[in-house]
Design a protein around this ligand. Structure first.
Ligand SMILES: CC(C)(COP(=O)(O)OP(=O)(O)OC[C@H]1O[C@@H](n2cnc3c(N)ncnc32)[C@H](O)[C@@H]1OP(=O)(O)O)[C@@H](O)C(=O)NCCC(=O)NCCS
Length: 135
C-alpha cells in the first residue's frame, strides 16, 4: 500500500462538560470524538456513508488533557482490505505536541444497502480535491 501520512484535521477545545470527576478529559468523550473523526475519514475515503466501526484495538491513554487545552486528532489509513479499512489514531496537544493517546487499529467495514459487508474497491488514500480536478 502507498504510504499514508498522519493527518491532524480536527481540533477540540476541552470544556467543563468534557471533564471527568478528576477535572481531566473524560476518556469516553475522547473516544466519541475519535470514533466520529475516524468514521468521517472512512466515509470520505470509501465514498460511502454506510459504514460501521467493526473493531478498535488497545487504547493507550498517555496523558490527561485539562480544561482549556486544545487537542488535535490525527488519523491515517494503514490498510485497505476488501470491505474493510484499517486506521491508526494519535491524539496530541495542539500547542505542545505532547502525546495524549494512541490507537493502533480502528477497523471500519463498508456496507451495502442491506447492511452486509461489500467490497469498497479502494486501494489507496485519495483526496477530494483531486476528484474535482479529475472532472
Ligand atoms: C460489520 C459487520 C456487518 C461485519 O460482519 P462480519 O460477518 O464480521 O463480516 P465479514 O466476516 O465479511 O468481515 C467483513 C470485514 O471485517 C473484517 N473483520 C471482521 N471481524 C473482524 C475482527 N474481529 N477484527 C478485525 N477485522 C474484522 C474482515 O476481515 C472483513 O474485512 P475484509 O473484507 O477487508 O477482508 C457486523 O459485524 C456488524 O454489523 N457489526 C456491528 C457494527 C456496529 O454496530 N458498530 C457500531 C456502530 S457504528
Amino acid at each position: 500500500m502507498e504510504k499514508s501520512i498522519m493527518n491532524f484535521h480536527t481540533r477540540k477545545w476541552v470544556k467543563p462538560e468534557d471533564l471527568n470527576p478528576n477535572q481531566t478529559l473524560f476518556g469516553g468523550r475522547l473516544l466519541q470524538w475519535i470514533d466520529e473523526e475516524a468514521a468521517l475519514y472512512t466515509i470520505i475515503q470509501l465514498e460511502n456513508t454506510h459504514i460501521v466501526t467493526k473493531f478498535i484495538s488497545e487504547i493507550n491513554f498517555i496523558s490527561a488533557p485539562k480544561q482549556g487545552d486544545i487537542i488535535e486528532i490525527g488519523i491515517m489509513a494503514t490498510e485497505f482490505g476488501r470491505s474493510s479499512l484499517t486506521l491508526r489514531c494519535e491524539v496530541r496537544n495542539k500547542m505542545t505536541r505532547d502525546p495524549i493517546l494512541t490507537i493502533e487499529k480502528l477497523i471500519f467495514v463498508n456496507l451495502d444497502e442491506n447492511g452486509k459487508p461489500a467490497p469498497h474497491g479502494k486501494t489507496k488514500v485519495t483526496f477530494v480535491k483531486d476528484r474535482f480536478e479529475a472532472e
